[in-house]
Design a protein around this ligand. Structure first.
Ligand SMILES: Cc1ncc(COP(=O)(O)O)c(C=O)c1O
Length: 202
């Protein structure tokens, strides 16, 4: 009979740790080329994910950077009227509806905003998406189907291409900003086929 179990427990802990290390290595093995690329990017100082920006910090304010990576073209995210409306909405509804519109996430605020956007754009209706990515994936995938053709500018956002692929349609790219190339592709395509040409701009 053992009188002191400590060495046994310590031994078991070492074995368990070694097993965890081995299974972690086995799990990561297929991704090693990717991990090598990440390390090379870090060593070269070009690893871009993610620098945390603190807009309230002195470093940020003193340098007064012009931020071109955000989609806040009109600066509305910092407009006091927008901030106040957001505060009121959070007080009434919390920070999230915690579900998709279909499953109960649609509120009177969403409905009213959709109506106001539709009126502003002089359209029958408008639908809100939570992000640009979701809008493109949702719309393109809903409009097109197998057998159709989607033609996208080579530099269109990835969400457009993802939506087109999800639709099951054939996806073809034309050279960036080249109506001539687009026309050549269209000239080779059956006229009766349903087609969607997508370009983007602000
Ligand atoms: C044309 C276009 N579509 C979609 C997106 C994705 O938008 P979000 O970041 O809101 O998903 C972007 C992002 O820059 C974009 O430029």
């Amino acid at each position: 009979m053992k009188t002191d179990a400590t060495p046994v427990r310590a031994g078991a802990t070492v074995v368990a740790a070694e097993q965890r290390r081995r299974s972690r290595r086995a799990f990561l093995e297929p991704f090693e080329p990717l991990l090598d690329q990440l390390e090379a990017a870090r060593n070269a100082g070009v690893y871009p994910f993610y620098e945390a920006l603190d807009p309230a910090s002195d470093r940020y304010r003193l340098r007064q950077p012009v931020v071109l990576v955000h989609n806040d073209y009109l600066g509305l995210s910092h407009d006091e009227r927008v901030r106040e409306a957001a505060r009121r909405a959070i007080t009434r509804l919390g920070t999230s509806r915690c579900s998709s519109p279909l499953a109960g996430g649609h509120t009177d605020l969403h409905r009213d905003l959709e109506r106001r956007i539709a009126t502003f754009l002089e359209q029958e209706a408008a639908v809100l998406f939570a992000s640009g990515y979701q809008a493109n994936v949702g719309i393109v995938a809903a409009l097109m189907r197998r057998g159709d053709l989607v033609l996208t500018d080579l530099f269109d956002h990835a969400s457009i291409v993802d939506g087109a692929r999800l639709s099951g349609a054939e996806v073809r790219f034309f050279q960036h900003n080249s109506p001539a190339h687009l026309e050549r592709i269209l000239a080779q395509t059956d006229e009766r086929r349903r087609k969607l040409v997508i370009v983007e701009g602000i």
